[in-house]
Ligand binder design. Sequence first.
Ligand SMILES: *Cc1c(COP(=O)(O)O)cnc(C)c1O
Length: 393
Amino acid sequence: MKKLIYLDNAATTKTAPEVVEAMLPYFTEYYGNPSSVYEFAGKSKQAVDAARKTIADSLGAKPEEIYFTAGGSESDNWALKATAEAYASKGKHIITSKIEHHAILHTCEYLEKRGFEITYLDVDENGVVKLDELEKAIRPDTILISVMFANNEIGTIQPIEEIGAIAKEHGILFHTDAVQAFGQLPINVDVCHIDMLSASGHKLNGPKGIGFLYIRKGVKIRSFVHGGAQERKRRAGTENVPGIVGLGKAVERAMSSMEERTAKERETRDYLIERVLTEIPYCRLNGDRTRRLPNNANFSFQFLEGESLLIMLDMKGICGSSGSACTSGSLDPSHVLMAIGLPHEIAHGSLRLTLNEEITKEDMDYVVESLKEIIDKLRSMSPLYEDFIKKQK
Ligand SMILES: *Cc1c(COP(=O)(O)O)cnc(C)c1O
């Protein structure tokens, strides 16, 4: 097979072999519907219960506070739409940040069209939400604060404990999109005063199409999918048993290996950052240097287009992601890079590389050498770069 260095783990991860292995019997052997009464179906129900407990334990939550969904997007939609509806009589104001995932931002736009008012908090130059702005944004009719645990593009980790404390002090519900953080950072819902938390299987070496929403006991939230009585009547539909089993296994795996795995990733990632910043001119690291997910690196290279860089990296077997939203057919640079104050031309030359524990320093050496070669080539074709160099002389 062609060389493959997969550095897009923020987009999705490889399903771990032991996860696949744990799932298989629930397709072919124990395929019963967990709602059925006979003993055979009990096997499926037990497996769902066990996964629910593993997940609850990993967050310091209770099993009955974990609701399985089809992934991060559904969890985010549910958390926002269903609390907005349930608390609308109390108020119609929601606070979020400018750098949320589109699953949050587009849901907020949907709610705005239905009479809700949303405050989008600014972030500082590293992508950290400003707590004093949060305090100032709170109003008597604020019903929900939703701020992501860690950003999917630049890896910045938010002061979640402080945000949770502010929400609690004002009696406002607090939701966090922890899709990127869950499995990479230790999270305790009580310590951080989290009322709702979204997570997704495929971001932590679990299967795609399964995730969960943690909903603290006592939070009024409407059911999102209407139908049967599954998930304590809050999310109908026959349980995705193999997916749930796989998610449970992925969480077990992520929690037991967290320290060692993230230490390795951090070391390899720092090696990459160090080499890129010292060996490639006119480049910068986006996001906070230390308050950052262990596997995330995000660079901007002046005088080039991220998209061209991606295509040339792909020819060398390197999978990365660009900071612009070109994949969605739009030429606008990423809203996250705009929010941290990057000018358009710099945001356009961005590259996100997100590691996993299998990536080695040798892989990084190959990436850096490839980057140097490609960037030299792209810049040599750039009239902007030519002008810039002429002016330097
Ligand atoms: C990937 C991602 C999502 C969406 O999760 P899916 O399971 O793909 O729907 C939401 N939020 C963040 C921060 C993500 O990285």
